[in-house]
Design a protein around this ligand. Structure first.
Ligand code: PNS
Length: 168
């Protein structure tokens, strides 16, 4: 990748990746030379999937996209952006309810490094209600999540629940 190449990161927890995330990935990948999906280790949250599992699920979801790659990171998003020479941080907006948190995060990152822009992309209308937490909740109560997450993620959630039940 040359120093002229437009690199963006799309950071998040991705626990797990949803069709909403994939919609943003597709839109962002069309705007930049290289999109790096940054998966936060997130010690403070208690994710359903391990970091390695989240990365693997994303890799399977985006393997057909030649300018998209996946990396995990720990610490500040802005440090990760600097490390991979990204000029942009991509975030998806589903509704106005996302706005306060996202704007605060964008301003924080802007303060930390004014040369890196946060770019907000709106999800397609079909995905405005989709989130990782909603997907997990519906799945855990036996609902149909086939419109929310890809088939391989449903398989992984099934395996995970079975494993949790066996370990209990
Ligand atoms: O998918 P999420 O959980 O909404 O993603 C949030 C994320 C990972 C982008 C945000 O929590 C983050 O950037 N965390 C890393 C710590 C950081 O950089 N904090 C300063 C900006 S608020």
């Amino acid at each position: 990748m040359t120093s002229q190449a437009k690199v963006a990161i799309y950071p998040g927890s991705f626990d797990p990746i949803t069709y909403g995330h994939m919609d943003i990935v597709k839109r962002a990948a069309g705007l930049v030379d290289h999109l790096i999906i940054g998966v936060l280790m997130n010690k403070h949250k208690n994710p359903l999937f391990s970091l390695e599992e989240r990365v693997a699920l994303i890799e399977e979801a985006v393997h057909h996209m030649p300018n998209v790659s996946v990396q995990s990171f720990d610490g500040l998003t802005i440090d990760f952006a600097e490390k991979v020479h990204a000029r942009m941080i991509i975030r998806g907006l589903r509704a106005m309810t996302d706005f306060d948190y996202e704007f605060q995060m964008a301003h924080t990152n802007q303060t930390l490094n004014p040369d890196i822009e946060t770019v907000f992309l709106s999800t397609g209308l079909d995905f405005s209600y989709v989130s990782s937490s909603v997907s997990k909740e519906i799945f855990l109560y036996g609902g149909d999540v086939s419109k929310l997450v890809p088939a391989h993620v449903i398989d992984a959630m099934q395996r995970k629940v079975k494993q949790i039940q066996e370990d209990a």
